[in-house]
Design a protein around this ligand. Structure first.
Ligand code: SF4
Length: 551
C-alpha cells in the first residue's frame, strides 16, 4: 500500500500589521500611551491639578496623569538626585522620579516683553530654587517646582500673557520663530502674524491635542534661516516668489532623536495669509495618518520617509486643503550666521544685541536683572534663540555701553569666544530621567578650558559643539561639527566613566555651509568627559592644519 503524503495547507498570506493610522486602521488604541490619551485628554488634567493634586500633594497624583497627561501642561517629574547614569536603564521612570517637577514655559517665537521676563525670573526665584535654563527650542525651563505651587505659577504667567499649555506632550509644541522678526532690515517678511495666529487659534485645541507624538514647528522670514528649519516637523521659510511676492517655502518631516531625518521640501509656495491654514492641514495629516503602534516610530518623519514629499503634497492638497498650492522657489543660500550674537542695527536705527549666556544656563535672579538692564538701555523686548542665546531688542544707541557692560556682569557677553558662542548642551543628569551623563557643567568647563587652550588661534570659522546626556538628541548632536552623545565609556584603566560617543561633520545650512548634513559616528570614537577639551583641541588644530595644507 502506497502511503499518501499528508497535504500541507497552503500558507495564508500574513495580514499586514497595522501601523495604528487612524485614517487607515481605525482608532482602537494599540499601546498604553494611546490608551491613556484616548481615555482622557491631556488638556483635562489641569482641572485635577488645580482642584485635587495641588491641594492633596504629590502622593495623590494618578500615575497616568503624572507620567503622561502632566506633559500637556509643561510638567515632567525631574530626576531624583544621586542616581548615577549607570542605573538609568535599570530603573523604572517612577524609581527615577523625584517629587519635584521641571516646568517648561513656552515662548512662541522666543518673544518676551521685559515684564514677562521679570515674571518668569520671579517665579523661578520664588518657586524653583532660582533655576532657569534657556533651551534650544526658545523655551524657559524651571526646576524644583512643587505641584502645590503650580496653580499660582499659572496665575502669574497668564497674568502677563504666558502659558505652559502644550509645552510638552503629543501635541503642537512651541513655535520657533526668527529672534529678529519685525526688526531686521534685511528681513524677507515678518513671521510674527503667522506665529500669533497659530498660537491663538490652535494651541489648546482639543482636536489637535492627541497627536501620535510631539509636533515641532518653525517659522522665519530672515535670510539667515535662523530657526533650524531642517529638523522640525513643519517649517515655513521665507522666500520671494517671482510673481506672488514674499511668502514661505514649506518643509515637512524633520526630526533628530536616535534616528535623524532632515525635513523635505514639498516644493510649494505658501502665501502669508494662508500659512496658518496650511500648518493646520499638516498637523491634521499627522493626527490622521501618523503611526501610533510604536512610539519610537510615531514622529511625522517616519510617515514622510514612507510617503515622500510628492505623495505628502498630494494628500495635503486633495484631502485637506481641497485646492492646489502653487509651486515655489527654494530658499537661497543663507546669509549670516543666524545666531544674532553681537551688536546689530535695526531697521529703525536702534540696535539689537545678541548675548551668549553659557549653554543657556541662567537663573531666575539673572533673568530679573536682565529685564532691569534691558529697560535701562531703552528696551522693552527680548527674544530667545534656538541656540540658547538671548537677544535684547530696541536698544538706544546712546545707552549701548550700559547694556554691554551690565550683560558682562550677568555672565552674558555680546562678544563671546568661538566655543562660548557655538556650544549648546541639553539638561543632562542634573534633572533629566533619561540622562546617562552630566552635560551643562561639563560643557561650561570645556568652554573655559578651550578658551585657554586655543588662545593662540584665530578661529575664523565657527565650529559647533553640541553636548547630549543620552542617545536622544535634545541638543541636536547630529547637526554639529562635533556632536557628543552621552554614555558610559572606558577610561585608560578600564573603568566605566562618564563620556561621549563622537559624531563629526554635521551642520545645518548656513552662510558657511550651503547644504545641511548629518554628522557621522566614527566607530569606536569615544571620549571621556574629563578628556573632552583635550579632544576638541586636537580636532580643531588638526582641522586647521589640514585646511591650510589643502588650501
Ligand atoms: Fe535628557 Fe537625553 Fe534629552 Fe539630554 S538628550 S535632555 S539627557 S533626554
Amino acid at each position: 500500500m502506497t502511503s499518501v503524503p499528508a497535504r500541507t495547507a497552503p500558507a495564508r498570506p500574513r495580514a499586514a500589521r497595522s501601523n495604528g493610522q487612524w485614517s487607515v486602521d481605525g482608532t482602537a488604541p494599540l499601546n498604553h500611551n494611546e490608551e491613556f490619551k484616548q481615555a482622557d485628554s491631556g488638556l483635562n488634567v489641569r482641572e485635577r491639578i488645580e482642584q485635587v493634586y495641588s491641594r492633596e500633594g504629590f502622593a495623590s497624583i494618578d500615575p497616568d496623569d503624572l507620567n503622561g497627561r502632566f506633559r500637556w501642561w509643561g510638567l515632567y517629574t525631574q530626576r531624583r538626585p544621586g542616581i548615577d547614569g549607570g542605573r538609568t536603564a535599570q530603573l523604572t521612570s517612577t524609581e527615577l522620579s523625584d517629587e519635584y517637577f521641571m516646568l517648561r514655559v513656552r515662548v512662541d517665537g522666543g518673544a518676551l516683553s521685559t515684564e514677562q521676563l521679570r515674571v518668569v525670573g520671579e517665579i523661578s526665584t520664588e518657586f524653583g530654587r532660582d533655576s532657569a535654563d534657556l533651551t534650544d527650542r526658545q523655551n524657559v525651563q524651571l526646576h524644583w517646582v512643587r505641584v502645590e505651587d503650580v496653580p499660582e505659577i499659572w496665575r502669574r504667567l497668564e497674568a502677563v500673557g504666558l502659558q505652559t499649555t502644550e509645552a510638552c506632550g503629543d501635541c503642537p509644541r512651541v513655535v520657533l520663530g526668527s529672534p529678529v522678526a519685525g526688526i531686521a532690515a534685511e528681513e524677507i517678511l515678518d513671521p510674527t502674524p503667522v506665529i500669533e495666529e497659530i498660537v491663538t487659534r490652535f494651541i489648546g485645541d482639543p482636536e489637535l491635542a492627541n497627536l501620535p507624538r510631539k509636533f515641532k514647528s518653525a517659522v522665519t522670514g530672515h535670510p539667515s534661516q535662523d530657526v533650524v528649519h531642517e529638523i522640525n516637523d513643519i517649517s515655513l521659510v521665507g522666500v520671494v516668489h517671482p510673481e506672488l511676492g514674499p511668502g514661505y517655502d514649506l518643509w515637512v518631516g524633520g526630526g533628530l532623536s536616535t534616528s535623524a531625518h532632515l525635513a523635505r521640501r514639498l516644493g510649494t509656495f505658501v502665501a502669508p495669509a494662508e500659512a496658518a491654514e496650511v500648518w493646520l492641514a499638516v498637523v491634521r495629516i499627522f493626527r490622521d495618518y501618523g503611526y501610533r503602534r510604536l512610539r519610537n516610530k510615531a514622529r511625522l518623519k517616519y510617515l514622510m520617509a514612507d510617503w515622500g514629499p510628492e505623495r505628502f503634497r498630494e494628500v495635503l492638497q486633495t484631502e485637506y486643503l481641497h485646492r492646489e498650492l502653487p509651486d515655489g522657489p527654494p530658499p537661497p543660500v543663507p546669509v549670516g550666521r543666524g545666531d544674532h550674537v553681537g551688536v546689530h542695527e535695526q531697521k529703525d536705527g536702534r540696535r539689537y544685541v545678541g548675548l551668549a549666556p553659557t549653554v543657556g544656563r541662567v537663573s531666575g535672579s539673572t533673568l530679573q536683572r536682565l529685564a532691569d538692564l534691558a529697560e535701562s538701555a531703552g528696551s522693552r523686548r527680548v527674544r530667545l534663540t534656538p541656540h540658547q542665546k538671548v537677544v535684547v531688542l530696541d536698544v538706544d544707541p546712546e545707552r549701548l555701553d550700559v547694556l554691554l557692560t551690565g550683560a558682562e556682569e550677568l555672565g552674558m557677553t555680546a562678544n563671546p569666544s568661538p566655543f562660548r558662542r557655538t556650544t549648546i548642551a541639553c539638561t543632562g543628569i542634573e534633572y533629566c530621567k533619561l540622562a546617562i551623563v552630566e552635560t551643562k557643567a561639563t560643557a561650561a568647563e570645556a568652554i573655559s578650558d578651550l578658551e585657554r587652550r586655543l588662545a593662540d588661534l584665530d578661529l575664523d570659522t565657527p565650529i559647533t559643539l553640541h553636548v547630549n546626556g543620552c542617545p536622544n538628541s535634545c541638543a541636536r548632536i547630529q547637526t554639529a561639527d562635533i556632536g557628543l552623545k552621552g554614555q558610559l565609556v572606558q577610561d585608560g584603566d578600564g573603568n566605566q566613566v562618564p563620556g561621549f560617543q563622537v559624531h563629526l561633520g554635521g551642520g545645518l545650512a548656513s552662510s558657511d555651509r550651503a547644504e545641511p548634513g548629518l554628522g557621522r559616528t566614527v566607530r569606536g570614537l569615544k571620549v571621556t568627559a574629563d578628556g573632552l577639551s583635550e579632544y576638541v583641541e586636537t580636532v580643531v588644530r588638526r582641522y586647521l592644519d589640514t585646511r591650510t595644507t589643502t588650501a
